[in-house]
Design a protein around this ligand. Structure first.
Ligand code: C2E
Ligand code: MG
Ligand code: MG
Length: 642
């Protein structure tokens, strides 16, 4: 009997079974489908052998049983094709439900084929070594199997761009082997290769894709990053809740270069071995010094955290002095439903790992709705800033500043705004603090400064409107930059602007280094002819010493200070004393945040030189500002003063 090839197939399948079940697995969708494919292929090869044995001994069997055996074998071939198609769909983007819907159609087709194959007649051919079946039942088998093979090839060939390329290649090879085997068998009935070709398909899938080793990290025995991605994707698709914890063993600041890396590896291995013993906990090694723990038992992560933490502490004590060079950091996500997708999960765990380093004292973070909300808001704002910079949606508004001596508007403060995609104005409080953190403030600052220079030049503010200078805010972060003065001077030169048109507002900074850089920048700009103001005086952090240190010509009283003056006696004394001292230093004062007539009159009576506030005007867009200072607004205000 010609069954040697099939017997080899059985041996190969047994080996694959052995290697598959020996390793720990995650129960991924493709893993399960692979095992089903293995089952169907094994069944197919067994039925192949059984049918050959049955045909060779047909005189011993009743006709219906022989037909049943042979038809079951050819039906199993169609089912191998069917599961091949289902397996190849696991990678496609789309929800589990969508895939299920498609699979339902394939199931209807395979069941129709099965019924037809069993219903139609089959014939056998036996002469010496040559055994085969033919007839309508076999033709139907060819048609259905071919249908599935073509559908699979179509899917991975034409629509498989979104597929893992490795899986795509493996499936194409598998299907080609199958087709070649079928054609060979068709042309040479002596070679019964189709069943064996399915076995070869399994070999390719196993080595290329489904070897559980591919999901493991060799160093530690934990699952690897790829496995984490696949597994969490599955959990999100099935809407199964889980808890996660990231553990990073970063080098402590005191550590030497190579001292702790070998130690870290040993520690990681120890932690993985320990956590393998914890019930219902899976551990993944995602980066060189990073592990991620998952448990389906939501709410248990706190407990796991305590256990792992105490294990790490014990381990450190056991190893001795070296250990102090590694500092663990934990990020806990108690409930996966706080995040919507695997992408968010990774992003969040990583960002909080990095974010945490800003505060090295605290070595564990529990992600909750609030933290995640803040983080997302920050991300959104960051995207808003970037798109505004790219698409030129950074705008400058101008708030007029009134001179109490000249009784007219003599300057203005430039205030940045972002216009969002819907055309709404976003105020600076929302994006400046974030831009300061991520460094985008420098770009924003330059854009604003450029626009202000262009505005002054194009509208001849001094000559046509009597606006002698425009105050432009500088962020502390910008003042640290060595090239700030150079950049700003270059911009002014580009517009051939007189430097006295510009007054730069600085705020107080506590860092000595920042002050040093700021002073350097200030000196260059002052030598060039630009003047400076100290912004937000009275807002808490400011003090008189700062004014003594900094070469400013104007001090701006913060809105709180301007307003507290009217509310409380102490603030009144502070303001009067500050005012006197500032005037003694021959500096001028702008009072910000003046909203009412009463406030305005009191400020004028105090002898403060300039007033800025809603009483006169809110910050206005360029055109509106020109109208305001050029006509209606200015004369209305002058009228109001008389
Ligand atoms: P700031 O420099 O102290 O600007 C004054 C703020 O007070 C402005 O808020 C202005 O609209 C507001 N204001 C003026 N008069 C009144 C009033 O009578 N009542 C009240 N309630 N508020 C008044 P805005 O435009 O929202 O700016 C907020 C802060 O954003 C600014 O405070 C400044 O620190 C920052 N900023 C604005 N533009 C820029 C910029 O181009 N660069 C940098 N680095 N920071 C900027
Ligand atoms: Mg300001
Ligand atoms: Mg201010």
């Amino acid at each position: 009997m010609n069954i040697q090839v099939q017997c080899c197939g059985i041996v190969i399948l047994l080996l694959i079974w052995y290697f598959s079940v020996r390793q720990k697995t995650l129960g991924l969708e493709s893993e399960k489908l692979f095992l089903i494919n293995m089952g169907v292929t094994s069944f197919c090869v067994i039925m192949d052998i059984t049918s050959i044995v049955a045909i060779c001994n047909q005189e011993l069997l009743p006709g219906f049983l022989l037909a049943f055996i042979c038809k079951t074998y050819i039906v199993s071939l169609v089912w191998v094709g069917y599961f091949g198609l289902v397996y190849s769909s696991t990678d496609f983007i789309g929800t589990r439900q969508e895939r299920r819907k498609k699979n339902r159609i394939y199931t209807v087709i395979v069941l129709t084929g099965t019924v037809l194959i069993y219903a139609l007649p089959i014939h056998y051919y036996l002469e010496g070594e040559v055994v085969y079946t033919y007839g309508p039942s076999c033709t139907t088998t060819y048609i259905f199997a071919l249908l599935f093979v073509l559908a699979t090839l179509y899917k991975v060939g034409w629509k498989g761009r979104e597929m893992n390329p490795k899986r795509r290649r493996a499936i194409v090879i598998w299907m080609c082997i199958w087709v070649i085997a079928a054609v060979t068998q068709f042309l040479n009935a002596n070679l019964l290769l189709v069943g064996f070709a399915s076995v070869l398909g399994m070999v390719i899938l196993f080595f290329e894709l489904e070897n559980p080793e591919a999901n493991l990290d060799r160093e530690t025995g934990a699952y690897n990053a790829h496995a984490l991605g696949e597994y969490t994707k599955l959990l999100y698709e099935k809407q199964k809740k889980f808890s996660a914890m990231l553990l990073a063993l970063d080098e402590a600041a005191s550590a030497g270069k190579d001292s702790s890396s070998a130690y870290t590896d040993i520690t990681l291995r120890g932690i993985v071995r320990y956590s393998d013993r914890l019930e219902n906990v899976r551990v993944f090694k995602t980066l060189e010094r990073e592990l991620v723990f998952l448990t389906n038992d939501v709410g248990r992560m706190q407990e796991v955290y305590e256990e792992i933490k105490s294990f790490v502490e014990h381990w450190k004590e056991g190893v001795g002095d070296e250990q102090s060079k590694v500092s663990p950091c934990y990020v806990l996500l108690p409930d996966s439903s706080l995040l919507r997708s695997v992408g968010e999960l990774f992003q969040m765990l990583r960002s909080f790992r990095v974010g945490k380093r800003e505060n090295p004292e605290e070595n564990s973070i529990i992600l909750d709705q609030e933290k995640i909300g803040h983080y997302k808001e920050r991300e959104e704002t960051e995207a808003l800033i970037r798109s505004a910079i790219e698409e030129d949606r950074v705008e400058v508004f101008y708030q007029p500043i009134y001179s109490t001596r000249e009784k007219r508007f003599v300057s203005a403060e430039a205030l940045v705004r972002i216009r969002d995609k819907e055309g709404r104005i976003v105020p600076p409080d929302r994006f400046i603090p974030i831009a300061e953190k991520n460094g985008l403030i420098s770009q924003i600052g330059e854009i604003v400064f450029d626009k202000v220079c262009a505005f002054i030049k194009a509208n001849r503010l001094k000559e046509a409107y009597g606006i002698r200078y425009v105050e432009v805010n500088l962020s502390v972060r910008q003042c640290e930059e060595e090239k700030l003065a150079e950049t700003y001077i270059r911009i002014m030169e580009r517009y051939r602007l007189e430097p006295d048109c510009i007054n730069l507002e600085i705020t107080e900074s506590t860092s000595i280094q920042t002050r040093k850089n700021l002073l350097k920048n200030m000196q260059i700009l002052i030598d060039y002819g630009v003047k400076f103001s100290l912004d937000d005086f009275g807002s808490g952090a400011s003090n008189l010493n700062y004014i003594i240190d900094m070469p400013v010509s104007i001090v701006k009283f913060d809105r709180d200070m301007s307003q507290a003056y009217f509310a409380n006696q102490k603030a009144k004394f502070v303001m009067e004393a500050s005012m006197r001292m500032i005037h003694d230093m021959k500096l001028e004062i702008v009072s910000e945040g003046v909203e009412t007539e009463e406030q305005m009159e009191a400020i004028v009576a105090l002898g403060i030189e300039y007033i800025q506030g809603y009483y006169f005007s809110r910050p206005l867009g360029g055109e509106e500002f020109l109208q305001f200072v050029g006509g209606r607004g200015a004369s209305a205000m002058q009228g109001r003063q008389q």
